[in-house]
Design a protein around this ligand. Structure first.
Ligand code: PLP
Length: 403
């Protein structure tokens, strides 16, 4: 069997109708002809399945070590389909600092359809166990699922998939992991005990800020049937052209992530030494053994930092020239954003502050540019901010800490 980096490029044989094309064709057909009324054709209608989507679904199933993959029109459509396999009255335990849109889908959509959602800090295993177990005497049955992100957004806290899965399975709960920030290049949650892994493929997998997509991989046939039902009946499938964009992005995943991680380390080290920076959140600077113990092969390409009191984070962000001020992450170009106003505005302020997403927190998604250009861009933006915020007091200048 070929190794991971080769699988990214050549994972599946290309069957191109004998033209010799090295890439799989894009089948832009919504419907497929039957040979006769009695025929049972492999393809009949493209929502139910089509060859271009199947190629991508098999590609991600192979890379995530699962039995079957599913492609959706967005990461949130993927999460919607996965959570739709549950029933009204089922209780889901969710990480307390998941992506704002996922939080909103759970708490503003699925709760209206009868799912009960409990939020916990998934790094605290005692809290996870208490939440999953429920309290049968009080009528709170054990949770049906635990939902969390491998590395949380935007504080980059590392969750221990293996330990959480071990607890969840004792109570019969399905373990659902959003692996968007990490990708199968850096971790395979199914190998660590998860049952379902999902991605906003919009991010690292597609990698070029040119497509919105979601992917799901399940570990067994029973879950595959339930997710397939949701995919086909809710209908949020990914169109053939977009499937091909994600397929192509995946081929260069390893190269991009290697450079993004190298650059992220350089930027994190630069920020740690900057007097206007109070704290840096990046797991890639800690001892590799820490990450390895949690099944991670690297810290990824996203990091966050807080500016010191008296500096308006907007004065840093509005003066960046190379970093684009934009939500999203995982693409070849570097992006910067203010979570409290942009990606995490859905969270009520008290909830945000409780989990540590302060008004001063800036998130960076590091691209594949030259690292020197990135740190120079930050340097000139800090100079502007220092000038604009004349209230910056000398006593606020402090040693940054790595969190
Ligand atoms: N999961 C995570 C961790 C995300 O960051 C995002 C989007 O930012 C999503 C899911 C939702 O994905 P999409 O925007 O593709 O719907």
């Amino acid at each position: 069997m070929t190794r991971f980096n080769t699988q990214l490029v050549h994972g599946l044989p290309v069957d191109d109708n004998n033209t010799g094309a090295v890439n799989p064709p894009i089948y832009n057909s919504s419907t497929y002809a039957f040979e006769s009324v009695d025929a049972m054709p492999r393809w009949d209608y493209a929502r139910s399945g089509n060859p271009t989507r199947e190629f991508l679904e098999k590609q991600i199933a192979q890379l995530e070590h699962g039995t079957r993959g599913f492609a959706f029109g967005s990461g949130l459509a993927a999460i919607h389909a996965v959570l739709s396999i549950f029933q009204p009255g089922d209780r889901i335990v969710a990480g307390d600092n998941v992506y704002g849109g996922s939080y909103s889908q759970l708490n503003e959509h699925f709760n209206r359809w009868g799912l009960l959602v409990d939020s916990v800090d998934t790094r605290n295993l005692e809290d996870v166990e208490r939440a999953v177990a429920g309290d049968t005497a009080q009528g709170r049955l054990p949770a049906k699922a635990v939902y969390f992100e491998t590395i949380t957004n935007p504080l980059l806290k590392v969750n221990d998939v293996h330990a959480i899965a071990e607890i969840a399975h004792r109570y019969g709960a399905v373990v659902i992991v959003d692996n968007t920030f990490v990708t199968p290049y850096l971790q395979n949650p199914l190998d660590l005990g998860a049952d379902i892994v999902l991605h906003s493929a919009t991010k690292y997998l597609a990698g070029h800020s040119d497509v919105i997509a979601g992917l799901v991989v399940v570990k067994d046939d029973e879950l595959a049937q339930r997710v397939y039902f949701a995919q086909n009946r809710l209908g949020g499938v990914l169109a053939p052209n977009e499937c091909d964009s994600v397929r192509r992005g995946i081929q260069t995943l390893a190269l991009r992530l290697e450079r993004q991680q190298e650059n992220a380390i350089a930027v994190a080290e630069y920020l740690l030494g900057h007097p206007l920076v109070k704290a840096v959140y990046y797991p890639g600077l800690t001892d590799g053994e820490d990450l390895a113990a949690k099944g991670l092969r690297g810290g990824g390409g996203v990091l966050s930092f807080e500016v010191i009191d008296g500096v308006d984070p907007a004065d840093v962000l509005d003066n960046l020239k190379l970093f684009r001020l934009a939500v999203s992450l995982g693409a070849v170009e570097s992006l910067a954003e203010l979570p409290c106003r942009m990606t995490h505005f859905e969270l009520p302020r008290e909830e945000r502050l409780k989990v540590g997403i302060t008004d001063e927190l800036i998130r960076l998604s590091i691209g594949i540019e030259d690292a020197h250009d990135l740190t120079e861009d930050l340097e000139q933006a800090f100079r502007h901010a220092e000038h604009a915020d004349s209230a910056v007091r000398d006593d606020a200048l402090a040693e940054s800490v790595l969190i």
